[in-house]
Design a protein around this ligand. Structure first.
Ligand code: ZN
Length: 265
């Protein structure tokens, strides 16, 4: 139903992570305008890494490339950034919110739980992760609470029909308090973007080892590690089922991004 572009909006090189990681952002063409899922590293981060991103830049080590910013890639694809009307966030970590300030007119959708966590952090991890600088442009936030609907076995799903049919916000807490996945109906298949519910494809494909640095980083920043492990199990089962009409991607795995780009949508 919707055309989906898969973008890398922020190459990053965490320690002990050969090959680095990406910030996988979806650009979705809908009849009512463009929609982003997550926003990656933005132009203001590129201009002022210390002021905008703070000490986190030393362990995630972003490339801070202006060409990778979503706003420039939208232009590069021939679209007008003003047509980006909505941004749906998997969560409010800085590597997902940096681009928000490049689209200050857009409505930013997220779970109520995540917005509460970002405004009222209650643990050391939460106090460290959310960047006040990424909301100093006063983004238009639209909060969503879980419903009693399910999407392919994932409970609490909300279809964001005010944006367009076929865009679904699915609570998937663990990495952060109000973390979510986003499913997009691309016509012949669905794209399920699970954000940081897992960091590396081997955690769900079980086909090899996860780079040590990445595994350590995931555990260090997890809001609830047991829930993260549960998410890994649920997503591994989904991967095993290999539904022909489902493309499963996450926030940071470069190989999953490459495969999704190769499929063309
Ligand atoms: Zn992330």
């Amino acid at each position: 139903m919707h055309k989906v572009h898969h973008l890398n909006c922020g190459t990053m090189r965490p320690l002990a992570t050969p090959g680095g990681i990406v910030c996988h952002v979806l650009l979705v063409e809908t009849p009512s305008g463009l929609v982003l899922v997550d926003s990656g590293v933005g132009l203001r981060d590129v201009a002022d890494p210390a002021g905008r991103v703070g000490p986190a830049r030393f362990y995630i080590r972003p490339a801070f490339s202006p060409a990778e910013a979503a706003v420039n890639q939208v232009r590069q694809l021939g679209f007008d950034p003003n047509d980006v009307r909505h941004i749906v966030l998997t969560h409010f970590d800085g590597d997902h919110t940096g681009g928000l300030a490049d689209f200050p007119w857009a409505q930013v959708h997220l779970t109520s739980a995540e917005n509460r966590a970002a405004l009222h952090p209650s643990t050391a991890v939460e106090r460290g992760r959310y960047l006040a600088s990424h909301r100093d442009h006063s983004p238009i936030l639209v909060e969503h609470s879980p419903t009693d609907h399910a999407w392919r076995g994932f409970a609490g799903a909300t279809e964001l029909s005010a944006i367009a049919p076929g865009i679904v916000l699915i609570p998937l807490s663990g990495h952060s308090r109000g973390h979510a996945a986003v499913a997009v109906d691309a016509g012949t298949h669905w794209v399920l973007h699970v954000g940081d519910a897992f960091f590396h494809r081997h955690q769900i494909t079980r086909a090899g080892r996860t780079p040590l640095g990445l595994a350590a980083l995931e555990r260090m920043v997890a809001h609830d590690w047991r829930k993260v492990q549960g998410n890994h199990r649920q997503l591994a089962a989904l991967w095993q089922a290999s539904d022909p009409d489902l493309i499963l991607v996450n926030g940071h795995d470069p190989e999953l991004l490459r495969r999704a780009q190769e499929l063309g949508s």
